[in-house]
Design a protein around this ligand. Sequence first.
Ligand SMILES: Cc1ncc(COP(=O)(O)O)c(C=O)c1O
Length: 439
Amino acid sequence: MAKSENQLRDEILDLVAQYQKVKFAPKAFTPGKSPVRYAGRVFDEKELVALVDSSLDFWLTAGRFTEEFESELANWMDLEYTMLVNSGSSANLLALTALTSPLLGDKRLLPGDEIIAVAAGFPTTVNPIIQNGLVPVFVDVDLGTYNASLEQVKKAVGPKTRGIFLAHTLGNPYDAEAFADLAEKQDLYFIEDCCDALGSVYKGRKTGTFGHVTTFSFYPAHHITLGEGGAVGTNDDTIAKAIKSLRDWGRDCYCSSGENNTCGKRFTGQYGTLPAGYDHKYVYSHIGYNLKATDMQAAIGVEQLKKLPEFCQARKENFKQWYTGFKRWEAFFILPKALPGADPAWFAFPVTLKENAGFTRTELTDYLSSKLIETRNLFAGNILRQPGYLDINHRVVGDLTNTDTIMNHTFFLGTYPGLNLEQIEFVLAEIQAFLDLKV
Ligand SMILES: Cc1ncc(COP(=O)(O)O)c(C=O)c1O
């Protein structure tokens, strides 16, 4: 007798689970021969089964897994809305562009308005400011926290300031409560880039719950991965509406994919100067994009989200191991520090070489690389020195001395859950060997 659809599906998924265990069986670590990565995907058979399960639906675009992922992420974050997109960069673009929406009336951001930002970070936290014709106003950051302080941000507020758009650097929370308070008093928008900070907590609240809008990235280096992916979160109905419209081609219609006439007036509305009854499916209330993700990405995300608490715990523990190991070298390195009340789910372990350390960052990272140990710089360093940014319209308040120090002397090691104590001890021993050679 021919097998039923369900039987076949069960058999396929069972085989996929078996395959995952063979194909991705853990490999023994051989010091100096196996790489020590700074980040990577951490998954088991559940992610691969979910991915194939969704591919067997062949729904492809947003569907049952997207709905589940968005609702589980919103629950976990305690946010009213979270919207899945195809990257953290897209999430940042949507978060800021939504604040230019005509739906916000007088409160919308307009070209020339200023947004407070930092130059030490990832480019796509800054890019949406430029892409929307707004003006980034850069402030310096502190060494150790790698975030701007309240004093630095306060000094940058001027008559044209309309917003604050900052990433919690490498998962380390800035004073989000104070920034939210400042934003409220000065009538500013506050956007939290939590691409590296999913699961970090500040004063008992998750980062991403303080601002008007927040963003996440699910690229493989991040706390959970969908391969490519990101999300935008908000508690504000109007902002959420603008984000969805901008994500989905700019359309006014909000039917889920495969649905029609959810609003009940598909052929009876009057929009712009279109003829009465023009099909609502093709009415565009924003100049939008298509930044949606697929249901296959969401399927992986549903399983990854279940692992998020243990992932965050592992990141904290790895950070602690690094910290304990580096403590003896404080003469050479500025160690990372968190604000009082912060409980970071660290994206990485950043260190800055002190002046007169007796060696350069490149000497050290090159040495580590020769032992297959990965390190990374703090992303763009000073973004204003990047070739693509030399001519951008911007202001700097104060100077960017620490930002330049970061560009020249900071690097980070990984904290991701795939890292284990044996690897960390090997790296620490290699750093000691390097120091023995150099100083
Ligand atoms: C702080 C920050 N914002 C935004 C992004 C962009 O995310 P994505 O790579 O998913 O576009 C990154 C990427 O790593 C990031 O670190």
